[in-house]
Design a protein around this ligand. Sequence first.
Ligand SMILES: C[S@@+](CC[C@H](N)C(=O)[O-])C[C@H]1O[C@@H](n2cnc3c(N)ncnc32)[C@H](O)[C@@H]1O
Length: 287
Amino acid sequence: MILRDVLAQAERRAQLTLQKHGELQYVVATSKGWSRSDLLIRLDLPTDDALQMSAEHAAQQLADGYPAEYLTGHAAFCDTVVRVSEGVLVPRPETEHLVELAEDFIVEEGRPSAVVLDLCSGSGAIALALAARLQQVNVVGLELDPVSISCSRESALDAGLSERVRFIQGNVLAAWDLALADFRSRTDVIVSNPPYVREQRLLTAHESSPVEPVWALYGGTSGMLFYKRIIAQACDWLRPGGLLLLEIDDGLEQGILDLFERYGLQGGHWSPDLRGLPRYAEARRAE
Ligand SMILES: C[S@@+](CC[C@H](N)C(=O)[O-])C[C@H]1O[C@@H](n2cnc3c(N)ncnc32)[C@H](O)[C@@H]1O
């Protein structure tokens, strides 16, 4: 059978939606070490049984809701690639803007050797993308999940960034002194995309990505669990003038601005994502 028919048959058998057609091509190409165009030029060439079996398996997994990134083991984020496996949240495109905001702050404020904390670092995407862009920054990621920690450490090694980017296993909701004592009053930027999905939205989030871990998304009944903790501690960990940068969910923005004010952070404001929804919030420790 030629490759075109193998892919079509795999899609039909798994009842794969049209939307995932490109994902199957990407997964099959990656499994063979091909680019997407390598695959396209082979569409009318005969294939072997092994490729047919792996295409059918991949189509079934995609139909079951596995992200293509779990099947290839890698996710693209900003200009970097990070490792992901089942249990690790695949970094989302909207999170890339957090990296741009942190980069702008560090460059504009003239803090080239900035110390950055990435709380709830997951795959390590934010930490690694920022370190890849700014040659002198040092980043520490704090993450609870051991699988995410080992993926992020391997990605740091892959990217040659393990000297400047470290990942510590720890709980953002516990006393930060346990894991982050060295960074008290020494941090230029705290960046975080914590779990923020509130209870009433959890089912929708689970349905749109049924295989990804729910604990990576759930931010308590109101979605505010992690923000309360992070904002309450931020001033003790930031240097004067340092920046707190958060990814947020729409509907939480006012509560977050109120917390900024309550804990003495200044200049608090939010900004929208490409859909116009509140997605980023930032504030600074006073000079
Ligand atoms: C929304 S994901 C974001 C991951 C990554 N920063 C990104 O942007 O792709 C939230 C992350 O918080 C981690 N997490 C959940 N509870 C935590 C806790 N108590 N302490 C530290 N990390 C936690 C999850 O394992 C998950 O990796």
